[in-house]
Structure formats: structure tokens, C-alpha cells
Design a binder for this molecule. Structure first.
Ligand code: S3P
Length: 168
């Protein structure tokens, strides 16, 4: 089984994913890190070379790799998605059909507290007003996840506990 964590940048997908995998004794895969290893480039580097469209194509292939590898291996894994994975229709279908997908619902204030208002490693996180519009635009896509858990004011450990109680 794959438990996939979706949600906006700064919603805690990576930190909750690490915590959840450790508690369950499952493998943890971070989609951005998987892409960086596979391509030998940073996410920012890929955006810089080919723009967002190129990154999304690579991201979809990476998601396919992870789903197929996990089905072949027959194991259990926690998968921390990128903040934009859910914008791809094919990715949403893959997640619906092959994973238990959890949306880590997070308010904008919390996101700014966790990341600040700019980020060097997140190419889409550099304009406060655009970030707000992007979150509004994506919210319905994240909400297509099977489960939804709020993260505001809660620790990765508390969130991981609620995921275990809800999903398993
Ligand atoms: C993105 C989020 C990033 C990364 C890329 C694009 C997005 O992942 O995949 O910079 O479109 O929201 P995190 O959510 O882990 O920062």
C-alpha cells in the first residue's frame, strides 16, 4: 500500500511523511528528492532549464515510476508528493487508483510561518500575492484526495497519529 501525502508547499508533506514512515516501519519516498536523484538536477535547476511544463512532465513520470516500483515490490510506502503534483489530472487519477491519498489542509498563515514569504529552493514560492491565488486555485484539486487532515497548530507526530487512525 502507498499512503500519499498531498497539499500546498509548507503543509508538512515531507516532515509528516518521514514521521509516518518511521512509525509504521515503511519506506519513505519524497517525490522531489526522487526526481532530483533520477535527473541529477535540483528542482530549481529543472524549472530553470525547461520551465514548469518540463518539470510537470518529469514529475508525472516519477509518480508512475514510484507506483509501478511499489506494485512490483509489493511493499508498503509513504509517498510525500510535491505541492503541484495534484494539478496534473493523470496524477490525480493515479493517486485515486493506486494510493490512499491524504490532503494535509493548511491555512496560508501557517504556510508563511513555516516557509517565510520567499523560498530559494521553491521556484513557485516567491510572490506573496501569487501564492495566495495559487492556493485558492489548487484547493479543489487537493480536496479530490480521499482523506483530509488539518495541520495548523499541530506537530508532525500528532498529524502522523491521526493519519494512522484515519487511513489504516
Ligand atoms: C511545487 C512544490 C514543490 C516542488 C516544486 C513545485 C508546487 O514541492 O515540487 O517546487 O508547484 O507547489 P514542495 O511542496 O515539497 O515544496
Amino acid at each position: 500500500m502507498i499512503i500519499a501525502l498531498s497539499g500546498f508547499m509548507g503543509s508538512g508533506k515531507s516532515s509528516v511523511g518521514r514521521e509516518l514512515a518511521a512509525r509504521l516501519g515503511w519506506k519513505h519516498i519524497d517525490l522531489d528528492s526522487y526526481i532530483e536523484q533520477k535527473m541529477g538536477r535540483t528542482v530549481s535547476g529543472i524549472f530553470g532549464d525547461g520551465g514548469e511544463e518540463r518539470f510537470r512532465a518529469i514529475e508525472l513520470e516519477a509518480l508512475r515510476d514510484v507506483v509501478v516500483m511499489n506494485e512490483v515490490a509489493g511493499g508498503d510506502a509513504v509517498l510525500s508528493l510535491g505541492g503541484g503534483t495534484a494539478t496534473l489530472k493523470t496524477a490525480r487519477e493515479l493517486l485515486q487508483n493506486h494510493t490512499k491519498c491524504v490532503y494535509l489542509q493548511t491555512d496560508l498563515d501557517t504556510i508563511f510561518k513555516r516557509i517565510g514569504t520567499r523560498s530559494r529552493t521553491r521556484p513557485l514560492f516567491n510572490d506573496k500575492y501569487r501564492i495566495e491565488a495559487l492556493l485558492d486555485e489548487r484547493r479543489p484539486l487537493y480536496e479530490s484526495s480521499e482523506y483530509r487532515i488539518r495541520t495548523d497548530g499541530r506537530t508532525p507526530s500528532e498529524i502522523a497519529g491521526e493519519i494512522i487512525a484515519t487511513v489504516l
